[in-house]
Ligand binder design. Structure first.
Ligand SMILES: [Mg+2]
Length: 195
C-alpha cells in the first residue's frame, strides 16, 4: 500500500530553480564574469541551500560585493524567471485530486526561491508538506534528508514512493527501503505508479 508520495520539484514539476544552466543564463544576461561568480557561488551554495544563508546574503556575496548597474530586485526577478512549469506538475495535480496519497515534496532549494515557486505555481494546492532543504538544514542525497521525510510524515519506508529525476538521489532512498521512481516523463511516471 502506497501511503505517501515524495516529489522532487526541479526537473519533475518545474524547471530547476537555480542550477548551473539557470545561473549561467542570469550571469550572462547581466554581463557578469562567469568564473568569478561561480567561484563565489560554490563557496556559499551549501549554506544557501540549507537555510544557513538568506537570499540577501547570498546575493551580497556572489553579485553585489561591488557596485552594479542593476538592482537586487532586477537580479531576483531574473532568478525567479528561470522557474517554469513542466508536465509533471499536471500529473501531481491529478494525483493530489485523487485523494489516494499524502503528497509531500522532497526537494533541494533555498528558502526564498522555494517559496516563490510554491506561490507562483500553486504548489500549496497540491502538497500537504514541503520537505525542502532550506527548511530542514540537510539536503539530498544525504541519508538524513530521507530519514526526516519518513519521520515527519510518519511513513514506513515500504509505504513511500520517492520520485526524482536524478538517479543519484534515489540511491539513499533505495537503501532505506523506500520505493523509488526515476522521473523521465509524466507518462512514464503514470505507468510506474500503476504497476
Ligand atoms: Mg531534480
Amino acid at each position: 500500500m502506497v501511503k505517501t508520495l515524495f516529489f522532487d520539484v526541479g526537473g519533475v514539476l518545474l524547471t530547476n530553480g537555480w542550477d548551473r544552466v539557470s545561473r549561467r543564463h542570469c550571469v550572462d544576461s547581466f554581463g557578469l564574469d562567469w568564473e568569478e561568480f561561480s567561484d563565489r557561488h560554490d563557496f556559499v551554495a551549501d549554506a544557501f541551500e540549507t537555510g544557513r544563508m538568506t537570499l540577501e546574503s547570498y546575493l551580497e556575496r556572489t553579485v553585489f560585493y561591488r557596485g552594479r548597474p542593476f538592482t537586487r530586485d532586477d537580479f531576483v526577478a531574473a532568478m525567479r524567471a528561470e522557474s517554469q512549469p513542466l508536465e509533471g506538475l499536471g500529473l501531481a495535480e491529478e494525483l493530489a485530486a485523487s485523494g489516494q496519497y499524502f503528497m509531500a515534496t522532497l526537494n533541494n532549494e533555498s528558502r526564498e526561491l522555494h517559496e516563490h515557486r510554491v506561490e507562483a505555481f500553486g504548489l500549496d494546492e497540491i502538497f500537504g508538506v514541503f520537505l525542502t532543504s532550506g527548511y530542514l538544514g540537510v539536503k539530498k542525497p544525504d541519508e538524513a534528508m530521507f530519514r526526516l521525510a519518513l519521520d515527519l510524515t510518519h511513513t514506513e519506508p515500504e509505504d513511500a514512493v520517492f520520485i526524482d529525476d536524478r538517479a543519484l538521489n534515489l540511491e539513499c532512498a533505495d537503501l532505506l527501503g523506500m520505493r523509488t521512481i526515476l522521473y523521465t516523463s509524466a507518462d512514464h511516471l503514470r505507468d510506474e505508479l500503476r504497476s
